[in-house]
Design a protein around this ligand. Structure first.
Ligand code: PLP
Length: 361
């Protein structure tokens, strides 16, 4: 029995450590906090919970594969035509669809290094190749990316803002990039963290994707909308590209609970502003406190902060685990001295700072 040879080179994905795994491994008794996977600390919208409870008795039926209600809600709230939207089992699934639809074996995508790990994983699984261009001053190097384009390049993936650095591209930078990008290359703007952006010069691809058929925008309900555990996200694109992805999509790729919860959350306008307020206050608090500890937090447009500890970060990460605090070590992203902290509730942020202070002393 032999799998495709190139699969042997694909490393296993290492997600943020789950709370229960840490409890089992270290036998910890007290409260464990997880600030590792850029999740929303607030819990889901009460309206999403209500929709889930109301829908639970009907899970003996398949969901509406076309997710009609959710597309309607996206039309009402964001002005997106249902023909422009493909709903995925997390926005991860849309990344997978795009690669399966457009990248053949031996063809290429271009990504930054480091960036969100799934672009490279999906392309390698498909037998294609990821060409990675190092970040420049912690930002996407758009000039370097343009120089890396070849006749094999099919898609460029830019997470805007970038995970793990938290930096975002301004509209002017994107406009000049598009002007120089060959017409046959797709540009995916992955806006998983867009709802947390505060910089006014950072503009969503949703406001200009209709001007250029090469642009695809990804959005998720896993972050600001608090539904990571249900797995639902979407891609926005020209209808002719959406039609291609719809051919790849399994008939029931998103589950019923995810669909009703996402629809309800979109309609709950108060929820998003509550989340934004708590995350922005958390970012400001953590930045102040981290600087006071002599550390270097990178400015962020997201719900996480990349922090340079100015020493090897692994031992600090391990020590935090023993105190029941899970953050993300960044050595696998090439940042030996950094951890990535997801902004939590105020008391979680305070606890992190307290534990960090004790460890660093
Ligand atoms: C940049 C980026 N894109 C996409 C995702 C995946 O989101 P989803 O949960 O919708 O698959 C993440 C999650 O961490 C991310 O950081």
């Amino acid at each position: 029995m032999e799998a495709k040879p190139y699969l042997q080179q694909v490393p296993a994905y290492r997600p943020g450590k789950p709370i229960e795994e840490l409890r089992r491994e270290l036998g910890l008794k007290g409260e464990i906090i997880k600030l590792a996977s850029n999740e929303n600390p607030l819990g889901p919208s009460p309206q999403a919970l209500e929709a889930i409870i109301k829908t639970a008795p009907t899970v003996n039926r398949y969901p509406d594969g076309a997710a009609f209600e959710l597309r309607e809600a996206l039309k009402e709230t964001l002005g997106l035509s249902p023909r422009e939207v493909v709903i995925g089992n997390g926005s991860n699934e849309i990344i997978d669809f795009l690669i399966r639809a457009f990248v053949s074996e031996e063809e290429e995508i271009i990504i930054s290094r480091p960036t969100f790990l799934m672009y490279e994983r999906f392309v390698r699984i498909a037998g294609g190749k990821a060409i990675s261009v190092p970040l420049k001053e912690m930002r996407h190097d758009l000039g370097g990316i343009l120089r890396a384009v070849t006749s094999k390049t099919k898609i460029i993936f830019l997470d805007n803002p970038n995970n793990p650095t938290g930096t975002a591209l301004k509209i002017g930078e994107l406009e000049s990039f598009l002007a120089d990008l060959p017409l046959n290359v797709l540009l995916v703007l992955d806006e998983a963290y867009f709802e947390f952006v505060r910089d006014q010069e950072v503009v969503s691809g949703l406001s200009f994707f209709r001007d250029d058929e090469r642009i695809i925008v990804l959005r998720t309900f896993s972050k600001a909308y608090g539904l990571a555990g249900l797995r639902i996200g979407y891609g926005v694109m020209a209808p002719k590209i959406a039609t291609i992805l719809e051919k790849i999509r399994q008939p029931f790729n998103t589950n019923l609970m995810a669909q009703v919860a996402a629809t309800a959350t979109l309609k709950d306008r108060n929820y998003l502003s509550r989340v934004q307020r708590i995350i922005w206050e958390g970012v400001d608090f953590l930045n102040r406190e981290l600087v006071a500890l002599g550390l270097l937090p990178y400015p962020t447009q997201t719900n996480f902060i990349l922090v340079d500890l100015r020493r090897p970060a692994r031992p600090v990460y391990e020590a935090l685990l023993h105190q029941g605090v899970i953050v993300r070590p960044m050595d696998s992203y090439g940042f030996e001295n950094c951890i990535r902290i997801t902004v939590g509730l105020p008391e979680e942020n305070q606890r992190l700072i307290k534990e960090l202070r004790e460890i660093l002393q």
